[in-house]
Write a protein that binds this ligand. Sequence first.
Ligand SMILES: [Zn+2]
Ligand SMILES: [Zn+2]
Length: 104
Amino acid sequence: MSDVLCDFCQRTWTHEIAMVEGHQGSCICGRCLDVAWSAVVEGGLDDSVKDWKCTMCLEHREDPCYRSPAHEEAFICRRCIRVSAQALRKDDTDWNAPGPVRRS
Ligand SMILES: [Zn+2]
Ligand SMILES: [Zn+2]
């Protein structure tokens, strides 16, 4: 499991950090998901550029997305942020998942 990296910060997966897997082995760690959640879901940020593709679902969406500041090829769409946050909440971790979905 040491070869699992977060696509957004390149952190290696350890037991302390929750990770969510997307398609084709792409991963986002709980910390990046937290940042993405506050930016896109709570802050209404949209990092989309022309022809961006979500690293997690491999789709281009009309959704706003979060782009990793450190690894500019890594994007996550709002839908995947929500799905991933939900997956982590169900997970048996003590990680503090981002709060409940609020209407913007
Ligand atoms: Zn990360
Ligand atoms: Zn996506």
